[in-house]
Each structure stands twice: as C-alpha cells, then as structure tokens.
Ligand binder design. Structure first.
Ligand SMILES: C[S@@+](CC[C@H](N)C(=O)[O-])C[C@H]1O[C@@H](n2cnc3c(N)ncnc32)[C@H](O)[C@@H]1O
Length: 208
C-alpha cells in the first residue's frame, strides 16, 4: 500500500493537537501512562516524536539522567522547547524523524514514545533505528493506540484510516504496533491493553 509522506511543517495539526493534549479529559486518560512509562525510563533516555513535550514534566531526576528528544515538526518543537525549560531533568531537543536518528549505535539506556507510531511514515524502519541506538538490554517504552484485536473493529479502523490520516497528521488507526515491535526483534516484557472500539490503547515495555 502506498504511504502518503507526513508533512512535518503542519502548523494546524501542531496547534490542534497541543490544545487537545492540554484538555482535562485527555490528560485524565494519558497521564497515568505517561507517569508509569517515565518511571521505567532509567539512565540516558531517547524520546522520539516528543510533540510539544507532553511527557517532559513526568521525567524524574531520581530515575532519568538526561533526555535526548527528537521531533520533526518545527511547530511542535517550539512548544517542546518551552516544556523542556520547565522539566526536572536536562532535555536536549533535535529536529529529526524517528526513521533517521542522528545518534551513535548503542547510546541510550531507554527509548520512549507515546502516540507516535500511528503517525510515522515507516514504523518498521523507525523501530529498527530505536533498536540501533539502544544499548543491548536497553528498554523500549511505548504507549500507542493500535489495531483492534476484534476483527469487526479492525475493519472499521481500516475504513476510517484514510480520513484520519488526512485530518490528524498521518495518524493511522489500524497499525498493529505490538507485532511490529516483536518483528524488529524486541522481547516484550509487559503489555497493558485499555480502551477499545476504534481506539484501543497499548502500553508496551520491551527489551532490546
Ligand atoms: C499525536 S502526536 C504525540 C505527541 C507526544 N508524543 C504525546 O505523547 O503527546 C504525534 C507526534 O509524532 C510526530 N511524528 C510524526 N511523524 C514522525 C516521525 N516520522 N518521527 C518522529 N516523530 C514523528 C508528530 O510530529 C507529532 O509530534
């Protein structure tokens, strides 16, 4: 299936998503997962698709030494810079896509992404890059909305995805991200499903 390349200069999406991410309902659903994943982000951490820095306030200096965060969208990046200044751990921001990380092999203890693998152009390549820059035994931490395990809902997701991609920054409702993580050779140590319908949520802890 041909993939439409993401527009990484999408100002409208950056503004809309930032507003949604600040809403009470969104934070009530997301914040417990942001807290749990950042509590597992030990040592030197890479965050990809950092958006407006929605995870930054959750990093704990008792656990995380520093964070290298990448985000391709310049309008998101500007918001992330503000969030980085308020964070409790040092955060260095770089404009880059997850498929092409400007870091040496085996340079991170953990890699984290939340609500990103639905949108990247090439999720297999991006996961391969995360594997490359993680140290052996390093931890992959993901929280994503994914393809439903119920075939009927998965068909609805397939049907809605072309529209969703247009209006929500290349976001696919129907990606089986857990399977892609396994296919890249990671070992899943923890998997928590929540939500349902067209928007099931999956939190993953995996080891390189
Ligand atoms: C829905 S937002 C999530 C932002 C943030 N991670 C959060 O949890 O709120 C998706 C983010 O993924 C970013 N993104 C899209 N394609 C990407 C890619 N190829 N590599 C890295 N990030 C990407 C978008 O620019 C956007 O900031």
């Amino acid at each position: 299936m041909a993939t439409q390349q993401t527009r990484h200069d999408d100002r409208f999406f950056a503004a809309c998503y930032s507003r949604i991410a600040r809403s009470r309902a969104f934070r009530r659903q997301m914040d417990p997962f942001r807290r749990a994943l950042t509590q597992a982000a030990r040592g030197v951490v890479l965050e990809v698709g950092a958006g407006g820095g929605q995870n930054f306030a959750f990093y704990d200096p008792a656990i995380t030494t520093r964070v290298a965060a990448v985000e391709p969208n310049a309008h998101m990046l500007r918001r992330a810079e503000v969030a980085a200044q308020a964070a409790r751990v040092p955060i260095q921001l770089t404009q880059a896509p997850a498929e092409d990380l400007p870091f040496a092999d085996a340079s991170f203890d953990a890699a984290l992404a939340t609500f990103v693998f639905c949108s990247v152009d090439d999720p297999a390549r991006a996961l391969g890059e995360l594997r490359r820059v993680l140290k052996p035994g390093g931890t992959l931490l993901l929280f994503e909305h994914v393809r439903s395990r119920a075939p009927r809902w998965a068909r609805v997701q397939d049907w809605l995805t072309p529209l969703q991609r247009r209006v929500a920054g290349n976001c696919h409702l129907n990606r089986a991200t857990g399977d892609l993580v396994r296919a890249q050779g990671f070992t899943l140590t923890d998997e928590v499903w929540s939500g349902g319908g067209v928007h099931p949520l999956l939190a993953i802890i995996a080891t390189r």
